[in-house]
Design a protein around this ligand. Structure first.
Ligand code: NAD
Length: 495
């Protein structure tokens, strides 16, 4: 059985905690590795290594940081297939999706390659006569990243490049469910030439997270995961004086107006609801169908669902893979029954689909006549279950989003410019798509939801990421009048 250890100060460090966690291949159901879970002492060792590395790393020139980041970028790009393979083996998503995840992560490394531009600061000459005022942004010190299972490569890359390019050192605590791909990323990072201790990877559970959140030498924590844990991490981290950005769960709505391009809306609903088995924080989980588009849209979605090929993510024919664990698969399947008991109509029942072997597979489900008082509407199911809520008007559909606890992404499908513009202005979500179902911003914008989808006040990556990982220092300087210098500078009064 493969053992996965921590990476501290550039060395593979086996845990002495005696606690481990199994890692599975979700397509076969077989355990593939045993993961070390850190003790408090191991967390302290990782933080100490990052703290020592910080003293030198923060002095490294912007030119050198950029060179190293470019080298890392090229290694990740060249190893995309290998990263995707390791990702699929533990997460289950299809290889093309895994490679797409690497590509979205690369955007953030590329953004960090231009960090010099972001760290230029600001300058005012002659704020008062002979007095200049300027602001620079400095790194925080040791920062921690705690990441979820569903994007084990992309989400760490949301923060690692910016944090480190800004001069911080980093301790990553990846998800215990699929740790191999982020470990491989860390190997590539070292191969690129970054000094030991700049990036450390620590495996663990609540023990490790709690220690990171209370450790006096950790200055900031970036968290991505479910809402209850995001709230806990935010409250615990900030109560220990840390800067925290904690991104939580979601329930993303796609509003479809009667004038929408039906084929585009149906294609988008299927790929956004069932891609990656619905285990995406930006997955569409509710279609708000307005007026008489509901019936033809449900028909068009159902036809596409029948054709969707579900299987091992390494099979190039598969369009959807298994869910991440057996426990999660069973939980999602139970929601289908809950929906039926609550009065929703099951149009397609994913539980009926049969699969060979012991993998954590589940078919896709479509629920119609879902109402806002149902658990299937209120809970984040995080699986291949799509609910249709029928609305009479556009504003009724838009208000569903405002009244929902989450506010990650929201999309509208329409040809009506006025409705699209109203949606852009008034949809209560941090990321909005117009005829785009999953509006994940590119790396030079920033990612973040509203409501219970984000605790803290900075979104992740892009310019907001740079702001999160730096603190401003304002300087005011006055130098003596050069004409009073004891050195002959050539000014009239010196001569
Ligand atoms: P999770 O909350 O279970 O775990 C996230 C991280 O927190 C992991 O590293 C885990 O080890 C750690 N953790 C788990 N329980 C903990 C506890 N009690 N105390 C301290 N740390 C703990 O999330 P997950 O199941 O890995 O990921 C799926 C969730 O993440 C979904 O809710 C999804 O919407 C969300 N997500 C959100 C975004 C976003 O951008 N908003 C992006 C990706 C995923």
């Amino acid at each position: 059985m493969q053992k996965i250890h921590h990476l501290i100060n550039g060395q593979s460090v086996p845990s002495t905690s005696g606690r481990t966690s199994p890692v599975f291949n979700p397509a076969t159901g077989a355990q593939s590795a045993e993961l070390d879970l850190a003790s408090i002492e191991e967390v302290d060792a990782a933080v100490a290594a990052a703290k020592t590395a910080f003293d030198e790393w923060r002095q490294v020139s912007l030119a050198r940081r950029t060179k190293l980041m470019f080298a890392f970028r090229n290694l990740v790009d060249a190893n995309t297939d290998e990263i995707a393979k390791r990702l699929t083996a533990e997460h289950g998503k299809v290889l093309s999706d895994a490679a797409g995840e690497v590509a979205r992560g690369l955007e953030n490394i590329e953004f960090a390659c231009g960090i010099a531009e972001q760290l230029k600061g600001t300058y005012n000459e002659n704020a008062s006569t002979g007095v200049d005022v300027y602001t620079v942004r400095q790194p925080l010190g040791v920062v921690a990243g705690i990441t979820p299972f569903n994007f084990p490569v992309m989400v760490p890359l949301w923060t690692i490049p910016n944090a480190i390019a800004c001069g911080n050192t980093y301790v990553l605590k990846p998800s215990e469910k699929d740790p191999s791909a982020p470990m491989f990323l860390a190997e590539l990072f070292h191969e690129a030439g970054f000094p030991d201790g700049v990036l450390n990877v620590l495996h663990g559970d609540k023990v490790a997270v709690d220690r990171l959140l209370e450790h006096p030498d950790v200055k900031a924590a970036s968290f991505v995961g479910s809402t209850p844990i995001a709230k806990y991490v935010y409250e615990t981290g900030t109560s220990h004086g840390k800067r925290v950005q904690a991104l939580g769960g979601a329930k993303n709505h796609m509003v479809v107006l009667p004038d929408a391009d039906l084929e585009l809306a149906a294609d988008s609903a299927v790929s956004a609801a069932y891609g990656s088995a619905g285990e995406r924080c930006m997955a569409i989980s509710v279609v708000a169908a307005v007026g008489d588009i509901a019936d033809p849209l449900i028909d068009a979605i159902s036809v596409r669902m029948e054709k969707l090929s579900i299987g091992d993510g390494t099979n190039p024919d598969s369009e959807m893979g298994p869910l991440v664990t057996r426990e999660h698969c069973d939980k999602v399947a139970d929601y289908v029954g809950v929906g039926a008991d609550e009065g929703a109509t099951i149009v397609v029942d994913g539980r009926e689909k049969q699969f060979d072997g012991d993998g954590f597979f589940l078919g896709t489900t479509l629920l119609d006549n879902v109402t806002t008082d149902m658990k299937v509407y209120q809970d984040e199911i995080f699986g291949p279950v799509l609910s249709v809520v029928r609305c009479e008007t556009y504003t009724e559909a838009r208000d569903l989003i405002s009244n929902n606890q989450y506010g990650n992404g929201a999309a509208i499908f329409t040809r009506d410019g006025g409705a699209a513009r109203d949606f852009q202005e008034n949809a209560d979500a941090g990321m909005v798509g117009i005829n785009v179902p999953i509006p994940v911003p590119v790396g030079y914008h920033s990612f973040g939801g509203w409501g219970d989808s984000l605790f803290g006040d900075t979104a992740m990556y892009g310019p907001e990421g740079v702001r999160f990982f730096t603190r401003p220092k304002a300087l005011t300087s006055r130098w003596p009048d050069p004409s009073t210098s004891s050195v002959n500078l050539g000014f009239p009064t010196n001569t």
